[in-house]
Design a protein around this ligand. Structure first.
Ligand code: HC0
Ligand code: SF4
Length: 580
């Protein structure tokens, strides 16, 4: 038995366990900053978890040790709240604050910052060593259309490096400099935009402060909302409705679709549409495209609705680009239709329309800025807000989601969705939606079992064979979520050792339910994915129409405007290309 004493309590430690992990498992709090248990990251750099440690028969003064990297040993006597431990912890936080931007009141992490939390915990009330010139001379990289990297707020915890390197295998970030000049930068001294970063935003989810964030565009949305000449058209993504309520105190995974619609109306949105509708449109095009490619013997086809995956393919596997589906993402398809079909139906001047997306995604911001997604100066989507910015926007207008009466969509052209569209927000969802429609195209009747169980696991890389029937027969599919598993798959395709017809890739582990634009949890990474995912499956089950091709508004769109998938107009509006 490995017994030790922590603050007078006898605790049993597991083999290889650190003092911090042991104390935490027993419900004892030790302040820590750089460490993040959910990603198994404890570099021991911030020293905020200093505790006093004496061994069994030690007569000398106890040692100060960082609890996150010190193994728990039998007979240890650990004191985490002694005067000496408290003073040591406070000094560490004071030294971190000395090297940190002091404009907390204007920081987006104000009130949701792990550095503020530890500063409060250790009772830091003065800041003796702040060196403004040194701190404010640090890099603020605004080169990306999606992200801002503000080194005046970095505490060098290296969580971003860990998630980028071990989690996503992108490995764009490195430690630069040393001593007081230690910082985090892009490899080879490149800017964010020039680097191999794919803007998946996973680093934003683990950053404890405001050092990493999206480019805030809430002011531009307010400008649109208050401009009487502009018709604001909002869309929100499949995953937003199951991840947004948490910010306002709803239980994790609550479906707040009706509250979001009500909030958008209260903000003054002119038209509220659903990205789910466009997901159904994407399935119409992508299923037809896939069947056509299979008929031509072209395989595999990769999905292309995740912009960080496209960035990854462009920057890391450009030879695979011809395999990507040409169908644009639902966000972009919605924008394209909202600036053509919708104004024609509703009698609005298309030049007055601005499309604003609310996405659980950072990469959607640079997707919308792609030059091939629009015509001339007119982009299909004008602004993208992450889920975090949307919460900020509501707070800037004094709106509390809980006090709103849930509403429903009322647009007769572009807001109805099927269960297939709803499940896009989780790994395997696009695949399952496509299978439902391919089966119908090939066989003329619906799949017996709408829910395709073999597609629904949660492992990073999953494979399955699905009977589609007709001349196509069995379709071999693979689904990867997270760029580590995606890389593994890409390597196998490159080496010619993989045999698949259709491959779904979502860059964020879990898919969009855990997208990089979602709300940040302190000291936690990906704890809510499964609850959010379950709600998406429940929405599918509760939706009367469960196949994209049976969505009546999608049927009307094809009947009245697009004619059929891959028509000349569908091709112009809904398909694109990628380049290395
Ligand atoms: Fe997703 Fe999407 S499912 S990428 O994860 O395909 O962001 O939720 O909106 O476009 O629909 C994100 C989520 C979307 C798109 C859809 C796809
Ligand atoms: Fe964005 Fe979803 Fe892709 Fe993540 S998985 S980068 S949230 S589209």
């Amino acid at each position: 038995l490995l017994l030790l004493t922590v603050d007078g309590q006898t605790l049993e430690a597991l083999p290889e366990e650190t003092i911090l992990a042991c104390a935490r498992r027993h419900g004892l709090y030790i302040p820590s900053l750089c460490e993040l248990n959910d990603i198994d990251h404890a570099p021991g750099t911030c020293r905020v978890c200093l505790v006093e440690v004496a061994s069994q028969n030690q007569t000398d003064e106890p040692l100060l040790a960082a609890a996150c990297v010190t193994p728990a040993r039998a007979g240890m006597n650990v004191r985490t709240r002694s005067r000496r431990a408290r003073e040591a912890q406070r000094l560490q936080v004071e030294l971190l604050m000395a090297d940190h931007n002091q404009d907390c009141a204007t920081c987006v992490r104000h009130g949701n910052c792990e550095l503020q939390d530890v500063a409060q915990f250790v009772g830091l009330h003065t800041n003796r060593f702040y060196d403004r010139a040194r701190v404010m001379g640090r890099t603020v990289d605004r080169s990306s259309p999606a992200m801002v990297r503000d080194m005046t707020k970095c505490v060098r915890c290296q969580r971003c490096i860990a998630i980028c390197r071990q989690g996503q295998t992108v490995d764009a970030l490195v430690v630069t400099g040393n001593g007081l000049d230690t910082a985090v930068g892009l490899r080879h001294g490149l800017s964010q935009a020039e680097s191999t970063c794919v803007t998946c935003g996973q680093c934003l989810l683990v950053c404890p402060t405001g050092a990493l964030g999206e480019r805030d565009e809430t002011d531009r949305v307010l400008d649109y909302l208050f401009d009487p000449e502009i018709v604001t058209v909002f869309q929100f993504a499949p995953a937003v409705r199951v991840g947004f309520g948490e910010e306002f105190g709803f239980p994790v995974g609550t479906n707040v679709e009706g509250h979001i619609i009500a909030a958008l109306r209260s903000l003054g949105a002119d038209i509220v549409l659903d990205t789910n509708f466009a997901a159904d449109v994407v399935i119409m095009e992508e299923s037809a495209e896939l069947l056509r490619r299979l008929g031509d013997g072209r395989r595999p086809t990769f999905t292309s609705c995740c912009p960080a995956w496209i960035n990854f393919a462009e920057r890391h596997y450009p030879d695979l680009l011809p395999l990507l589906s040409s169908t644009k993402s639902p966000q972009q398809c919605l924008g394209a239709i909202a600036k053509t079909y919708l104004p024609e139906r509703m009698g609005i001047d298309p030049a007055r329309i601005r499309v604003i997306s609310i996405m659980p995604c950072v990469a959607k911001k640079d997707e919308r800025a792609r030059s091939q997604l629009g015509a001339g100066d007119v982009q299909e989507v004008d602004l993208v807000l992450t889920t975090r910015e949307f919460a900020r926007l509501l707070k800037r207008r004094g709106l509390d989601l809980r006090s709103l009466t849930p509403s429903t969509f009322d647009n007769p052209y572009m807001s109805a969705y099927s269960g297939a569209g709803a499940i896009f927000g989780t790994t395997g969802g696009v695949m399952e939606a496509a299978v439902r429609t391919m089966y119908r195209i090939v066989n003329g009747h619906e799949l017996d079992h709408t829910e395709v169980a073999p597609l629904r696991g949660f492992e990073g890389l999953r494979t399955a064979a699905v009977e589609v029937g007709g001349p196509i027969g069995r379709v071999k599919v693979a689904m990867a979520h997270g760029l580590g598993p995606a890389r593994e798959l890409c390597e196998r395709i490159r080496a010619g050792t993989a045999d698949f017809d259709f491959i779904e890739i979502m860059a964020c582990p879990g898919g969009c339910v855990d997208g990089g634009g979602n709300l940040r949890s302190k000291k936690a990474y990906r704890r809510n994915a499964l609850k959010r995912r379950d709600t998406l499956f429940a929405i599918d089950r509760a939706t009367p129409v469960r196949q994209s091709h049976n969505n009546p508004q999608v049927q009307a769109l094809y009947r009245d405007y697009l004619e059929q998938p891959f028509s000349e107009r569908a091709h112009r509006l809904l398909h694109t290309w990628y380049s290395d």
